[in-house]
Design a protein around this ligand. Structure first.
Ligand SMILES: [Zn+2]
Length: 299
C-alpha cells in the first residue's frame, strides 16, 4: 500500500494533495468531477488539514473498494518504451527528396536529441521500400487522364490510392535514411510497402489491412508497452502507424514537434482521428518525464 501511496504522492512530500489525487485518478481513466472529489476528500481527511496522509489514504482505498467508486488498488505496472522513427528517408526530406515534406528537416534534430533525452528500451526505424512501378506511383498511371498527382485515384480493383511521385525505390539513394539522422547498430529497421500492388502507410500493416510487417512481433518480443511515434509524414505514415499501434494495444504517443505533415488539411484531419482513438499528442519536452514515470495499473 505504501508503494501505491508513493505513486499518488507525485512530489514526494509525504501527503497527497487534491491536485495529485485529481491527476492520478485521471491517469487511471476516470474523470472525477470537482464535487465528487471534494466529497471523497471530506470523508477521508479526518484531521482536516487539506491533505491525505498515509493513514487517511488507506481509509480512502477501503472506502473505494466498498463503494466501488473506483478500483481497489493501484500498482506500478510494467513499462517499456519504444521510439518509433517513421520514414526519415532522403526522398521525404528537402531540398532534394522526390516527395519532400515541407519543413521535414526541422524534425531531424528533435528526433536526434530524443534518442538520448529518454531511456528507450528499443529504437525502431521504418523504411518506405517500394519496388519499381509501385502502385502508389503516379508514373505508373500517367497515360490515364483521371490519374492526378497527389490525388486519390480509383485503382482497377476499386480501391482508392493517392498517387505520388516515384519515391523510396528499393536500394536507391532516395530510400536511404537521411545522413543526418543519428543511427545505432542496435536500431531495428522495418521495411514496408515492399509489394508492388499494395501501399503501406502504417509501419505495422499494409493499406489493404491484410499483410502485417515484422514490427508488432519485434515490439512484443521486446516487451514494449508504450510507443512514441516520430518522423514523416504526420498526416500519412506517422499518423497511420500511431493509429495501428494504439489499435493493437500499445499506449501510443505522437511527438508533435518531431514530425511534419504533407498538407495542413490532411494533418488536421489526422490529428482529429488520433485524438478520437486515444493517441496522446505530446511535445518532445514532455517525453523524458513520460518515459520515466511509472505506468499505473489497477489490481
Ligand atoms: Zn511510399
Amino acid at each position: 500500500m505504501k508503494t501505491t501511496f508513493n505513486l499518488f504522492d507525485l512530489n514526494k512530500n509525504g501527503h497527497v494533495s487534491t491536485r495529485e489525487l485529481h491527476n492520478i485518478l485521471r491517469k487511471l481513466g476516470r474523470e472525477w468531477d470537482k464535487s465528487e472529489l471534494e466529497e471523497l476528500i471530506r470523508r477521508v481527511d479526518t484531521d482536516q488539514n487539506g491533505f491525505i496522509d498515509f493513514d487517511e489514504f488507506i481509509m480512502m482505498m477501503k472506502l473505494q473498494a466498498q463503494g466501488n467508486k473506483t478500483r481497489a488498488s493501484v500498482v506500478a505496472g510494467p513499462k517499456k518504451c519504444c521510439l518509433l522513427i517513421i520514414d526519415m528517408q532522403n526522398d521525404f526530406c528537402p531540398p532534394n527528396g522526390s516527395l519532400a515534406v515541407n519543413d521535414g528537416l526541422a524534425c531531424l534534430p528533435v528526433i536526434n536529441s530524443l534518442r538520448t533525452a529518454a531511456k528507450w528500451d528499443l529504437i525502431a526505424c521504418t523504411l518506405d521500400w517500394h519496388p519499381v512501378g509501385h502502385i502508389s506511383f503516379h508514373s505508373r498511371f500517367k497515360a490515364d487522364p483521371n490519374a492526378v498527382m497527389f490525388k486519390p485515384y480509383t485503382l482497377p480493383t476499386g480501391a482508392l490510392q493517392v498517387l505520388w511521385p516515384d519515391h523510396c525505390v528499393q536500394n536507391s539513394k532516395g530510400a536511404e535514411l537521411h545522413p543526418q539522422l543519428t543511427k545505432a547498430a542496435t536500431d531495428v529497421v522495418v521495411k514496408k510497402g515492399c509489394e508492388v500492388e499494395v501501399d503501406s502507410y502504417s509501419g505495422f500493416l499494409d493499406n489493404d489491412r491484410k499483410t502485417k510487417s515484422d514490427l508488432e512481433p519485434i515490439l512484443r518480443k521486446a516487451g514494449i508497452t508504450d510507443v512514441f511515434v516520430v518522423g514523416l509524414a504526420y498526416d500519412y505514415c506517422v499518423g497511420s502507424s500511431a493509429l495501428d499501434a494504439s489499435d493493437i494495444g500499445f499506449r501510443t504517443y505522437v511527438i508533435e514537434d518531431a514530425t511534419r505533415g504533407v498538407a495542413p488539411d490532411t494533418t488536421q484531419q489526422m490529428i482529429g482521428v488520433l485524438k478520437m482513438k486515444g493517441v496522446r499528442i505530446v511535445q518532445s519536452s514532455e517525453v523524458p518525464k513520460l518515459v520515466a514515470e511509472p505506468a499505473l495499473a489497477v489490481k
